[in-house]
Write a protein that binds this ligand. Structure first.
Ligand SMILES: Cc1ncc(COP(=O)(O)O)c(C=O)c1O
Length: 430
């Protein structure tokens, strides 16, 4: 039985439109190869995970060496050296006075734990998140996810959650213009805390760059303004860096672009170049609020994943991978912006580093969502050897999120293929 038949008969897949028709065999750098040896330029990195590249030898060797020693012991029952070392390293490379880490296995689990800690520390129980946000697929993380497309059929969700407007300048939910808005969307966070909740707000949770929502980059002063409001209201700021972290946006963590230190920060995806690992880090006084029995994870802080993560951070810092991502991303975005003069489907090009969104619209006046066109472009690219993602609440944003080690010539291939796909989309999509 072939793998596609096995998937059809034995794997739950009803929740995706389709599995992309690629049978993955192996990868190297920013290349993936299928079973027949066909080569693809990977511009999606397994949903923004393999930031340091597929088959990164330094990371592989660190993981293999650890696997030879011990694979699992339970890092919250016994002392595990790679767990201690990684926690110390994270305290060094994360912003400000973030210091103590809890290790788990996924982004959703990290966000769940961060919310639990915020509740414990503050003694309050309510949360504010952003419309268009995505924070995971568990009950609490779906409850703070502001995109009904991800929530259908799963309600009723957790009470005590309110949503503030998305800081989405291309489609400002308040109908304002970026240069004159006075950051009204940030000010709305105060109103949501005061008017939509019951005086029990423990935290505001937000992605510094919103991934699944369509690579939305909040304006420059947004998080500083929101942090001031949160401090006034006695609420914590939980930055969800699950997708934007580990060099992806041109800094090790995207919140560094905004000069703000969150109270708690969650991480996963790019943390270990593909090994499953999630984490959240907090200031010591917040972290110490956990009481006996509050939290644990059997697999959390897996020794092999932690060894891989240590080597991943070493690779990123010694090669200035975030700086490389910043430069490559600027070049690629500049090419798409310039191309927009000739390509009417492009409504907006935005992002930071190699977290890039190209928003497609049917026309620039109505900004009608070019959803079918985006789907066509993704399929065309795949057929022509380039793997990209699609996102946004209406599925009309091309997501370019390659391994950060992608070469300039591979980026040339990505640009040329997407440009060709866009041109073909005009006639292919009626
Ligand atoms: C910002 C953000 N938070 C949380 C998650 C959930 O992560 P995971 O799928 O590892 O649970 C995702 C996944 O896409 C994400 O993009």
């Amino acid at each position: 039985m072939g793998v596609q038949d096995q998937y059809r008969d034995y794997v739950m897949t009803g929740f995706v439109k389709r599995i992309e028709p690629v049978v993955v065999d192996h990868g190297e750098g920013a290349k993936l190869y299928d079973e027949g040896g066909r080569e693809f330029v990977d511009c999606f990195a397994g949903i923004s995970v393999t930031n340091a590249g597929h088959a990164n030898q330094a990371i592989l060797e660190a993981a293999k060496a650890q696997a030879d020693k011990i694979v699992h012991a339970c890092s919250y029952v016994y002392y595990v050296p790679t767990v201690g070392a990684l926690a110390e390293r994270l305290a060094q490379v994360t912003p400000g006075d973030l210091r103590k880490t809890f290790f788990c296995n996924s982004g959703a689990e990290a966000n769940e734990g961060a919310m639990r800690l915020a509740k414990r520390f503050s003694g309050r129980c309510e949360l504010v998140a952003l419309e268009s946000s995505f924070h995971g697929r568990t009950y609490a993380t779906l409850s703070i996810t502001g995109n009904s497309g991800r929530k259908k059929g799963g309600g009723p969700y957790m009470p005590g959650v309110a949503f503030a407007p998305t800081p989405y300048c291309y489609r400002c939910p308040l109908g304002l213009a970026e240069d004159t808005c006075g950051l009204a969307c940030a000010e709305r966070v105060r109103e949501v805390i005061r008017l939509h909740l019951s005086g029990q707000c423990c935290a505001f949770v937000a992605e510094p760059v919103m991934g699944e929502g369509g690579i939305i980059t909040p304006p420059a002063g947004y998080f500083a303004a929101v942090k001031q409001i949160l401090d006034d209201e006695g609420a914590l700021f939980i930055a969800d860096e699950v997708q934007s972290g580990f060099g992806r946006t041109g800094k090790l963590f995207a919140i560094e672009h905004y000069g703000v230190t969150p109270d708690i920060m969650t991480m996963a995806k790019g943390i270990a170049d593909g090994w499953p690992l999630g984490a959240f880090i907090a200031r010591a006084e917040i972290a110490d609020a956990f009481q006996v029995g509050d939290h644990l994870s059997t697999f959390g802080g897996n020794p092999v994943s932690c060894a891989a993560s240590l080597a991943n951070i070493e690779f990123m810092t010694t090669t200035d991978l975030p700086g490389q991502a910043a430069a490559k991303g600027e070049r690629l975005m500049a090419r798409f912006r310039e191309h927009a003069a000739r390509e009417s489907l492009i409504g907006d090009v935005r992002g930071k580093g190699l977290m890039i969104g190209v928003e497609l619209v049917k026309d620039r006046t109505s900004k009608a969502f070019a959803t079918a066109e985006a789907g066509f472009v993704r399929n065309f690219c795949l057929e022509h050897g380039v793997l990209i993602g699609v996102g946004g609440n209406f599925g009309n944003v091309l997501r370019l999120q390659p391994p950060l080690v992608i070469t300039d010539s591979e980026l040339d291939t990505v640009f040329a293929t997407v440009a060709e796909a866009l041109e073909a989309a005009h006639t292919a999509v009626a």
